[in-house]
Ligand binder design. Structure first.
Ligand SMILES: Cc1cc2nc3c(=O)[nH]c(=O)nc-3n(C[C@H](O)[C@H](O)[C@H](O)COP(=O)(O)OP(=O)(O)OC[C@H]3O[C@@H](n4cnc5c(N)ncnc54)[C@H](O)[C@@H]3O)c2cc1C
Length: 310
């Protein structure tokens, strides 16, 4: 892991910086590259703009490690209201949430109650619920709560991280259970005992896991394969493999983050793949934004430039 990436990930988890970082106006300005605004309406506007391009959305209200039960309940109510607003406007926009935003640090059952309330409304409005994957200490509990949810609600998916050694095993189990998987490389700082330290190994594992996911498509009802990456070379490899396996272009569903690889998104749509863009909004954007910088340290220059831009 590069020094810059390590430093940025350490900043993302530092409580002092989490409080003060968002007050730096030039950081706030630079973060706009990856999020259309802090308000729910900003997210809806961005989703509306993507629709004519054939791109549906996934949305997330930024927040993590909520340490107050009332706040976790308020987050849940917010998402429930958003699901209703989306259903009434007929927008195709799927929620993606973090369990620590739903109160996981306060207790598993508390978080599950909130999660279940959201899943109920997601199901009632015909939507699909995605659960993000956070640091390794949360992986077991995230998978456990996802399975519990799936027993009641059919349209549920969870994120898996290709940098973890354990993911091949987790993936097999999720395919068998018919739970959707959004595969990503992994955004947190993890020790070499648990995660591949070299990027090339993460990329190769991502491809191997993608092959398993494409095979899983025909194997189990309810399993949905999503590739959450901006890596054009990797996506081309996955699409070529899908074609050789006799799958249709639409069987490859790619999710990207708002503001990254727009050209590639258009190209994939033209070639028949499904593309969704994850749009983030909310006031608690600092740790999330630091992880975006860590993914591409060249983005730090963008922050520096925004200090001088008018
Ligand atoms: C839809 C979606 C959901 C995600 N959910 C989670 C989650 O729940 N848990 C989790 O741990 N991680 C999550 N991630 C983040 C993921 O783990 C990676 O950190 C992130 O996607 C960068 O990896 P990459 O696959 O794009 O490949 P990389 O090899 O990092 O990047 C490939 C290319 O994409 C472009 N690119 C990548 N990142 C950036 C950036 N920040 N700014 C500008 N260009 C960039 C560059 O051109 C780069 O060369 C999610 C990512 C996506 C797209």
């Amino acid at each position: 892991m590069s020094v810059m990436r390590s430093v940025l990930l350490a900043i993302s988890e530092n409580r002092w910086m989490r409080e003060r970082g968002p007050r730096l106006w030039f950081v706030k300005r630079a973060a706009r590259k990856f999020m259309p605004g802090e308000a729910f309406d900003d997210m809806l506007r961005a989703a509306d703009e993507l629709r004519p391009l054939g791109i549906d959305a996934v949305f997330t209200r930024l927040g993590e490690n909520v340490a107050d039960a009332a706040e976790a309940a308020a987050v849940t109510s917010h998402y429930v209201a958003v699901l209703d607003a989306i259903a009434s406007r007929g927008i195709r926009c799927e929620p993606s949430i973090k369990l620590t935003q739903f109160g996981l640090d306060l207790g598993t059952e508390q978080a599950y109650r909130n999660l279940r309330a959201l899943a109920e409304r997601s199901h009632a409005t015909g939507n699909y619920l995605w659960i993000d994957m956070e640091q390794t200490s949360y992986v077991d509990v995230t998978l456990e709560l996802t399975r519990r949810l799936k027993a009641e609600f059919p349209r549920v998916g969870v994120c898996l991280q290709a940098y973890l050694y354990r993911t091949a095993k987790d993936l097999e189990a999720l395919i068998e259970q018919g739970i959707g998987v959004r595969l990503v490389k992994g955004a947190y700082k993890e020790p070499p005992a648990l995660a591949y330290p070299k990027k090339a190994d993460v990329d190769e594992n991502f491809f191997k896991l993608s092959v398993t996911m494409l095979e899983g498509l025909g194997r189990k009802d309810g399993f949905r394969a999503v590739f959450g990456t901006h890596d054009a070379g990797l996506i081309a490899r996955i699409r070529a493999h899908a074609e050789r396996a006799g799958l249709a272009a639409r069987d490859v569903e790619v999710h990207m983050l708002y503001g990254i690889q727009r050209g590639e998104q258009g190209r994939l749509i033209k070639e028949g793949a499904i593309v969704r863009v994850l749009i983030a909004y909310g006031a608690y954007w600092f740790p999330w934004y630091m992880r975006r910088l860590a993914e591409r340290p060249a983005n730090v220059w963008f922050v520096a430039r925004s200090m001088f831009a008018r």
